[in-house]
Design a protein around this ligand. Structure first.
Ligand SMILES: [Zn+2]
Length: 305
């Protein structure tokens, strides 16, 4: 069953548009405003992730550009040192002399409530942290809740080596649930540990596989169970075009990382920014439909997307 809600906006389409990566962060964007924006931009469904950190100060575009360039260059190991320099010993973020908490246990119940209130609009990723003791039991606890479609993992900020997620990953593989993962560097970024231990597991790599980008795209391009999303202000349009050129339109999915980045002058979140990158991509109309929603349908199960 395909559900189509509010396809109004600049680019009306027949097929549902699905944002596969967004955060529930009412301190920056509350649900009524989010729905207003989604309607205005013709985004039918959103897969939500609970907030994992205190709201951060705005990152200047100049800094984003530099980090983006570094991550793609042979100097990319420097990014690991930069990341380490902004983490406190207790695993929080320290920016401009101020500490911002990273939550060990992001609150899945917040997403469950929003899915219950708006089942036609919102789905959810179950956020688990192996370092906080999450494993297959916590997955069982949440997967019974209607709307949760897979597991979100964040080894980069939660600070664990990929091996730590294998019990969760193996259970997801058995159940046919996908994993959305935001990789880090070093032991936190060894994605092959995951894909080799779980040869049937479907994995969506957040932010075009950041910080690995093209180093990963070339390695995964022939494996049809591995995808990337194009979310995050850490990416830009040329980078997304490069990802599509290597991976092809079947393996790239629209996502935003809302409400982070892309703020208008009045401070509101601009839901159109990343969607336009995909709409302008050098791909066929069919390919653009796939990236905006049909691929999500394949990943999440047609009945739910
Ligand atoms: Zn995110």
């Amino acid at each position: 069953m395909r559900i189509s809600v509010g396809t109004a906006g600049l680019y009306p389409r027949g097929m549902p548009v699905v944002d596969v990566h967004a955060h529930l962060e009412p301190r920056m964007l509350d649900v009524p405003h989010m729905i207003e924006q989604l309607d205005a931009r013709g985004i039918d469904r959103v897969v939500l992730i609970p907030a994992m950190n205190d709201p951060l100060p705005h990152t200047p575009e100049r800094l984003l550009r530099t980090v983006r360039w570094l991550m793609r260059s042979p100097l990319h190991p420097i990014v690991r040192a930069i990341n380490a320099a902004v983490m406190t010993r207790s695993g929080d973020l320290k920016l401009g002399g101020q500490t911002y908490a990273i939550y060990r246990r992001p609150d899945n119940a917040t997403v469950a409530r929003v899915m219950r209130d708006h089942p036609a609009r919102f789905l959810g990723w179950i956020f688990l942290n192996p370092l906080a003791g999450d494993g297959p039991d916590q997955l069982e606890e949440w997967r019974a809740t209607p709307g949760f479609i897979g597991v979100k993992l964040h080894p980069h900020w939660h600070g664990w080596p990929i091996e730590a997620a294998l019990p969760i990953a193996r259970r997801c593989e058995e159940l046919g649930l996908p994993i959305l993962i935001h990789l880090g560097s070093g032991a936190r970024g060894k994605w092959r540990v995951l894909t080799e231990a779980c040869p049937r597991l479907r994995v969506l790599f957040a932010h075009c596989g950041m910080p690995h980008f093209q180093r990963m795209w070339h390695a995964i391009k022939d494996d049809p169970r591995l995808w990337v999303d194009v979310s995050s202000p850490y990416l830009d349009e040329p980078l997304v075009r490069d990802a599509i050129a290597v991976l092809g339109e079947d393996r790239v999915m629209y996502g935003t990382d809302a409400p982070y980045g892309f703020h208008r002058d009045d401070g509101s979140y601009d839901y159109g920014a990343i969607k336009q990158w995909v709409e302008r991509a050098p791909a066929s109309a069919r390919g653009i439909d796939k990236m905006l929603g049909d691929n999500a349908g394949v990943l999440l199960g047609d009945a739910r997307a």
